[in-house]
Structures are given as C-alpha cells and as structure tokens.
Ligand binder design. Sequence first.
Ligand code: ASP
Length: 351
Amino acid sequence: MNTIHKIHAPGDGASGKRRILVVNTGGTIGMVNTAAGYAPHREAFHRLLMQMPELQSDAMPLWDIVDMDPLLDSSNMTVLEWNAIGEVISLHYGEYDGFVVLHGTDTMAYTASALSFTLRNNAKPVILTGSQIPLCEIRNDARDNLITALMIAAGDQVHEVCLYFGGRLLRGNRAIKYSADDLIAFESPNYPVLAEAGIAIRYNDAALLRPARGSFSLQPLKNVPIGVIKVFPGIQFNLFDSIMTERLRGIVIETFGAGNIPAHADSLLPIIRKASDNGTIIIVCSQCPHGTVSLGAYETSSALKNAGAISGYDITTEAAVAKLYYLFSRGLSKREIRARMEKSLRGEMTS
Ligand code: ASP
C-alpha cells in the first residue's frame, strides 16, 4: 500500500507556497549498498532526505513524499507500475501544484513517455528524475537533480511530463537514455531542450507545451502483447515468423536510417504482410537517434509502406511502445489507432 509521508518544509502552511508531491518509485537515487550490490531502501533514503538542509529551506516548496511498495530497480517496471504511478498522481491531482517522480534511469524514458499519454489533459508539471550515483554517496548527482526537479515542479512554466537530469529539462516522450555512466545521461535528439539549469533555470518557452484544456483524467493501460524488432545486416526474418500471430497487436520495427530494411531473399516483407493481414499495427522507427523515417524515400522502404507499415517519423522507440499501449488501452478501432500513431498527440513526434 502506498502511504504519504508529510514532510513539509519550514513555513508549512504559509499562504502562497506551492505544494509538490514526490512519488518515489525506487532507482539508484534512493539505493544503498548491500551485499548483493545497490538496492532501494526506503528508511535509509528518508533519513538522508531529512538530513538535507536544502529540502527544509524556505526557498523550497512544501513537499510530501509517497513511496511505491515495493521500491524498484526500474528494470523491473511494467505497465502495472506505470498505472500505479498514474493512479497516485490522479488521486492527488487536485491537492498538489506539481509532481516529482523519483525513478531509476534505465527505463525512465519509457515511464515518462507512458505518463505523457496516460495523464490526459494534464496541465501540471510532472518531472521525472533520478541519479547515476545514489544520494548516500558523498559525491553524487542525486542532490542537484532532486532539488532542481522540485524547483521546476514548483514553477508555473511547465504543463507537461518532463525528465530533468544533469542540468537539462527534456520533454519526457522525446528523451532517451544515452549514457550508462555519464552524469548527463539523457538526450532529446529530435526536440529542443526545454530548460537549462545553469546559474538560473532558463526555459525555452517556445518549445514548451501550452496547458491542456479540458478536465484531467487517467487512462489506465492494458498489458497488450506488443513487440520490438531491431533490424541488423543478415537478419533471418523467418525466425520471427512464429511471433507474427493474431495475438501480436502491435510491433515497432527499428529500421536502418530513414526506414530501410534489407531486401534479400528471406525478406521481412512476407512476414510484415502476414502481420498486417493479422491486424497487427506495424510502426517503423529509425535506429538513428537523430532524424526521421521517410517511407518511400528509398526502394528498400517503399515496400514496407506497401506491406501496410506506418511511419513513426522521428518518434523514439520508447515513446512508440508507450503510445501503442495507450492507444490499444483506449479501445479504439484499428483505423483510429493507425491514424493516431501517425500524428502527434503530446508533442512526441514531428509528423
Ligand atoms: N538500475 C537502476 C534503475 O534503473 C539504474 C539507475 O537508477 O540509474 O533503477
């Protein structure tokens, strides 16, 4: 069960102070060293938070913390955990001005993408952050990531799901984990940085989404069977034949460059055609982090289009996966899902 721990900064109750809910899901930021390596530890993390004078400062918003149970290494996240995070935010949406989601870095871009879709008509800042080095270590990136994420969540510039890490605020559904060991671990290759935290936090106003109109609601996700295939030279497509059944609802194909696949004898095409005939939605993404898919630019991609695949343009694989879950969970027809996959719903693609 998730319980909220009230940890108000001094000045608690002062009128005009913004209120932020920190949703702790786990990840390196709150881990401690155990015999088996780093693992999440709620009490130790809370003790460390209470020892940070910055978090009790008058310059900070009022903040409370809710811990997911169990706390996870983000490699263990599933749609169930995405739903649980969405439920906490939805339940407390009216009480808080913004949300900070503490999360492991490994799948943070997936969760950020998923929340960007499931939090419908979200007008509040939802800032995911974490760290490469836990808060318990003397030299760490956890402290700055947490403090700055709280400040951004307490401001009134952001009205969308973002990821703050290493001094940069990125659109959540445009982010990818780029480095396994750099403190600047995330990139947004196809969309500008939303804010840079230098001496001051400088927002890129033109790149930020306007506040959504309409009333906020949560769309829970269903765990629909979807897949991802990464194409490589010499790929034996026939090996994938057995997964292309009616059960497979959607598949993301990570192609070369602008959407190209090898055209050799046991080509992907018959398999794509089979999937398409089965009603599977096929999204074409690029293995290049930067740039866009352009189906039909080359002979090797025209065939994909003719076989019924849809262009994902410059969407990340993370966002494509999350968007498929979201659209299938809304109970839309195949035609509606195809149409929505090709256009931007939350600023996740340039189509
Ligand atoms: N394995 C960790 C996680 O994703 C890595 C991290 O947080 O940086 O939960």
